[in-house]
Design a protein around this ligand. Structure first.
Ligand SMILES: O=P(O)(O)OP(=O)(O)OP(=O)(O)OC[C@H]1O[C@@H](n2cnc3c(O)ncnc32)[C@H](O)[C@@H]1O
Ligand SMILES: [Mg+2]
Length: 198
């Protein structure tokens, strides 16, 4: 895979697609969301981020005929033994709702005091050069933070208003898009993947 070759992004999440577009454009990659090829949402039946990312990338590569990049990601909260984890998108049930997920997370942590609210985002990226690629590129990256007691900020997506970034003194939703991409699990995972492809 090289920069001039088109790539399909195996995601239906608008927040992720925006971040990938910002991250990949300056690197010269031409990326197409999977919706351009009518790729349906696959059932995420894996028990790990990497399994789910593989399922998503394989389906997108199969239907589009292009190399496919998938992101399976989520929030793991220590006081909740790693929940919501791989179930982050549908933590509060279907249809997926960031607002309902955030509300459920605050309820689950209602009795957990400051200082015991550590959490990390995980981002697992899988790149398949074609649908049957037997040697996928895989990167797994985390981002450490704490879960706030109240939402702050309007940027980002998902759990960002509740995700406190100690190194910035801001919530992830208060960071600029550039700053989130510089620090985040997704930004750092993607740069490592691109580095590997060079
Ligand atoms: O599977 P696709 O189509 O990519 O979209 P999705 O939203 O279902 O994505 P995942 O299955 O990977 O679930 C990831 C969830 O984890 C959360 N998440 C992941 N990265 C995040 C980030 O950078 N900021 C906030 N929340 C994030 C958010 O709730 C996502 O919906
Ligand atoms: Mg999903």
């Amino acid at each position: 895979m090289n920069e001039t070759q088109p790539l399909v992004l195996a995601s239906g999440n608008a927040g992720k697609l925006r971040e990938f577009a910002e991250l990949l454009a300056p690197l010269g990659y031409t990326v197409h969301p999977q919706a351009d090829f009518d790729v349906p949402e696959v059932e995420e039946t894996g028990l790990t981020f990497v399994e789910n990312a593989l399922l998503k990338a394989r389906e997108a590569a199969r239907i589009s005929g292009l190399p496919a990049l998938a992101d399976d990601s989520g929030l793991a909260v220590e006081a909740l033994q790693g929940a919501p984890g791989i179930y982050s998108a549908r933590y509060a049930g279907e249809p997926k709702s960031d607002e309902a997920n955030n509300r459920k997370l605050l309820e689950a942590l209602a009795d957990v005091p400051e200082g015991q609210r550590s959490a990390r985002y995980w981002c697992v990226l899988v790149l398949l050069r074609h649908a049957e690629d037997p040697v996928p590129e895989i990167v797994q990256m985390s981002w450490e933070g704490e879960i706030l007691a109240h939402p702050r900020g309007a940027g980002g997506f998902g759990y960002d208003p509740l995700f406190w970034v100690p190194e910035s003194g801001l919530s992830a939703a208060e960071l600029s898009a550039e700053e989130k991409n510089r620090l985040s699990h997704r930004g750092r995972a993607l740069r490592q993947l691109v580095e590997r492809l060079r």
